[in-house]
Design a protein around this ligand. Structure first.
Ligand code: NAI
Length: 516
């Protein structure tokens, strides 16, 4: 009989008391539910109990919970070494070892033990929900409930529908997770779900840029933080996650999508894994760590060796560069002629024309526009506050010409660096690829636009929703950038998602009503 009536959830069973299971149990107990935490290993249960008490002590100390509330949480959390203990749970969440056969066996056992209407959920991050469900008599009751580490802190929960999952199960879990204070987003069972799929280019483009010698890892990290507005750059973040873990997720997504070049793993990262340079946990990754802290890299920026007084002669204000022009004027730098236009540019006294990168190399673009003094700048989340920026020039651009541009940025408090002339610079290339992946997840119905944007903001702390960011830049602009990168490399990796190319034809936004 097909599963149809989800129960009211009062008691939650959690299977596996490791990193994730212990965290999920804490989330449920904090929300006032009774929890039964089961593990085969009694040491794991003891560790979970100690961990919960340490975490609650800290929360009580910080005034987030009273001592009485903490006691309530301990009372509601029960530890079990017999699976039978979860028999009366309304929901059972599995967080055991990441192996299909072992998970299937567990869910078959749970089907025998639990009430037929009890919901079964898995916290798997890489195994198909549909595949796990295939072993069940009633796969309609199984869904993915994917928390992020650490579960009590990270806001996002992806609720994943397998092919056979009943919609009422997904809805019950979405409501439940929202009630626990989480951002709950519905997703379709597919490799990497939302976050682990859409985030791939964040790492992949950073690694590719470093492999191509566009800039060194520490500089890419700095630019992604100080211009892109991301909390961490790809190298510091993969050092934190573990190079082995990040590489394994990439390989898994790549294989699951039948070697789609968009997800191709990086040889540079594999070298690190082979060397055992796994990041913070091994003391060395892209950075070296002394006492858990990265040994700071001494980054040099372009020195300001501009002799004369620089002058801007004119500017065309597009929506994209308006905040930069406002910042220039607020600093007291005169822009004698400021007109509005679609293609923004700033014209300097020594002849430089500063423009936002369009995904062409500066050499290509300056030949096409017959302007050897063209200088492209990278994307910034907000030109009004960014602290560093990458630039690229024609190889024969005279030094005094580009240094005039650097001198202007210096006065604004923005560090600049002319990097190797490759398409899309650093932030624009990465963000365009992230947008493309978000668009593709939308195209294939993995989640809706709001869900994808919310997932990336609360699952990996992105500074803006990717599809909303695309609307701000203009879908036609983002598509143009990617088309230009694609043309340069001739690599299917940079092909446009139909969801982006179709909108780009008429510069339509992802969110109706958004304009740029
Ligand atoms: P972990 O290794 O910290 O804990 C797994 C626990 O499961 C261990 O305590 C082990 O004794 C227990 N266990 C193994 N087989 C069992 C069985 N048959 N019955 C009962 N207990 C069993 O693993 P972690 O990191 O907590 O991961 C658990 C699941 O969560 C995996 O599916 C993983 O892919 C997923 N996940 C992990 C994240 C992470 O950052 N660690 C993030 C999101 C999902």
């Amino acid at each position: 009989m097909a599963y149809r009536t989800p129960p009211e959830i009062k008691t939650v069973g959690v299977i596996g008391a490791g990193t994730m299971g212990a965290g999920i149990a804490q989330v449920a107990a904090q929300a006032g539910l009774n929890v039964v935490l089961f593990d085969l290993s009694s040491e794991a249960l003891e560790r979970a109990d100690k961990g919960l008490r340490a975490s609650m002590d800290m929360l009580v100390e910080r005034g987030k919970f009273s001592a009485a509330e903490a006691d309530g949480i301990y009372t509601r959390t029960n530890y079990a070494s017999e699976l039978q203990a979860v028999a009366s749970c309304d929901l059972v969440v599995e967080a055991i070892v990441e192996r299909l056969d072992i998970k299937q066996k567990l869910f078959c056992d749970l089907e025998e033990i639990c009430a037929p209407e009890a919901i079964l959920a898995t916290n798997t991050s890489s195994i198909s929900i549909t595949a796990i469900g295939a072993a069940l008599k009633d796969p309609a009751r199984l869904a993915g409930l994917h928390f992020f580490n650490p579960a009590p802190i990270m806001k996002l929960v992806e609720v994943i529908k397998g092919l056979a999952t009943d919609v009422s199960v997904v809805e019950t879990l979405l409501t439940l997770a929202k009630g626990w204070g989480k951002v709950a987003v519905a997703a379709k069972s597919s490799p990497g779900f939302i976050v682990n799929r859409v985030a791939r280019p964040f790492y992949a483009e950073g690694l590719r840029l470093a492999e191509e010698g566009v800039a060194e890892p520490a500089r890419i990290d700095t630019l992604m933080r100080e211009a892109g507005g991301f909390r961490m750059g790809p190298f510091e973040l993969t050092d934190l996650i573990g190079q082995d873990v990040n590489y394994a997720v990439t390989c898994s997504v790549f294989d699951s999508y039948y070697q789609d070049p968009r997800f191709k793993p990086s040889l540079m990262q594999k070298e690190l894994v082979d060397a055992g340079w796994l990041g913070r946990k091994s003391g060395r990754g892209f950075y070296s760590y002394a006492e858990g802290k990265p040994v700071s890299a001494n980054l040099e920026w372009d020195e300001i060796r501009f002799g004369g007084v620089f002058n801007i002669s004119s500017a065309v204000e597009s929506a994209a560069i308006k905040p930069l022009l406002d910042r220039i004027e607020a600093r007291g730098i005169e822009i004698p002629s400021r007109t509005e236009g679609v293609d923004g540019e700033i014209q300097f006294n020594k002849g430089a024309t500063l423009v936002l990168t369009n995904g062409q190399t500066t050499l290509e673009r300056s030949l096409e526009e017959a302007n050897p003094l063209l200088i492209q700048m990278d994307l910034a989340l907000d030109y009004g506050s960014c602290e560093s920026l990458a630039l690229s020039t024609h190889p024969e651009c005279p030094e005094e010409v580009w240094r005039e541009v650097c001198a202007m940025f210096d006065l604004l408090g923005v560090k600049t660096r002319v990097v190797k002339d490759m398409p899309g610079l650093v932030v624009m290339r990465t963000v365009s690829m992230l947008i493309n992946e978000a668009a593709d997840a939308l195209h294939y119905g993995i989640a809706d636009a709001e869900g994808i944007d919310a997932a990336m903001q609360s699952g990996v702390n992105y500074p803006a929703g990717l599809l909303a960011w695309a609307d701000k830049l203009g879908t036609a602009y983002v598509a143009d950038v990617l088309d230009n990168i694609n043309l340069f490399y001739g690599d299917d990796r940079y092909r446009l998602s139909p969801a982006l190319s179709q909108r780009a034809l008429i510069d339509a936004p992802f969110y109706p009503g958004n304009s740029h």
